[in-house]
Design a protein around this ligand. Sequence first.
Ligand code: SF4
Length: 452
Amino acid sequence: MSALSIREVFRIGIGPSSSHTVGPMRAARQFLLEFGRDIDTVDEVTVELYGSLALTGRGHRTDDGLVLGLCGLEPETVDPQDVPRVLEQVRSARILALLGRRAVPFIDDQHIVFHRTRSLAGHPNAMRFSARTVAGTRTAVYYSIGGGTVRREGQGTSAAVPHEPGPVHAYDSAARLVELCVNQGLSIAQVMLVNQSALEDEPSVLVFIEQVRLAMLQSIERGSANDGVLPGGLGIRRRAPALRRRLLESPAGDPAQVLDWVSLYALAVNEENAAGARVVTAPTNGSAGVIPAVLKYYEGHVPGADAAGSRDLLLTAGAIGALFKEKASVSAAEMGCQGEIGVSCSMAAAGLTAALGGTPSQVENAAEIALEHHLGLTCDPVAGLVQVPCIERNALAAVKAIQSSRLALAGDGEHLVSLDAAIETMRQTGLDMAVRYKETSLGGLAVNVIHC
Ligand code: SF4
């Protein structure tokens, strides 16, 4: 541990959902890449969706993700502005060019099947791909296991990156990570950097961190400027631009105004996510606004903030995110919203504490505080869209992350509830949580908010 690359925690992709849009997009492309040159023998592709993917797939744009992936496009590199044109082209022509090469008939209603009352045992987010060729039909089952990571049935996850000969600093819990830091005089960010540099060279790691930082800040900038109504039919008006105007016109002196700025940053990112634009999973798309908001708070509102602090914030958040992915899950279909917003809040609190000079024990404490008060949080998106309660929830979690960090920094790192205990509690709570509260839109706000 940790055998998880930071690139699996932070992924630059597109909205609105990492597990329901980005994961299926990657799985579709991976399935077709398995054919190699034989792709030219494929006459038809069908995708069947099960469990949470079938129940909230339409609102989360799983069908769009699949079409894009079958076309060979990748979430990391596709131009979000180009997506509507590609989708329109496939749907109006009823022809899809597999990996951009092999044209086959494709009609959404026939070739993407939503099994709303069925699930597969491997994971609540399951999809079965079938490709008909002259030699017969080839099938494969993929699971979208959270944060855009996919696993092909019978194989390991795309998140598992084998370390050769193993991580430089091995640990299997938050407690061991802190112990390792204390014994070796390292920060959690340094441990993450050294371990990641065993997978790739250090300059590449630092370039990647800077790309993540810029993509996060750009999503705030775009979301603060883009006005209008979000897609999907709920008629939700974007709030970030108006809030920004209001804040710019407000007289200085309100000591709580910084909270509004933090909320604005988070709203901006998640409104962009809801619109299908470029965001960074952190650790998921639904929770993509928390860490950028805290990063922007650090850079714009904390005296003395510097580039090294921003880098430490992201590396530390990545290390904590990796712990969650390995010890529990960041899939709302398994954990509910505690696994998305709770985890992002925990990561952000840890990262901010590191940037502010906190000790490894204080970082661990901040991560624990932030998670502890999200335990039990359900996932109940109205109309299956990543909008209500998702967007606002990011704003609240960003503020909570800052406060968690401040509480931890006010102490000496000694505390009763360990981060390991909180993560295990989240995992057990997720297992016990009724399925209707786990990204199915069958319970909670999703059934109590009237919408047309
Ligand atoms: S309620 Fe939470 S977990 Fe569910 S889609 Fe929204 S942000 Fe994600």
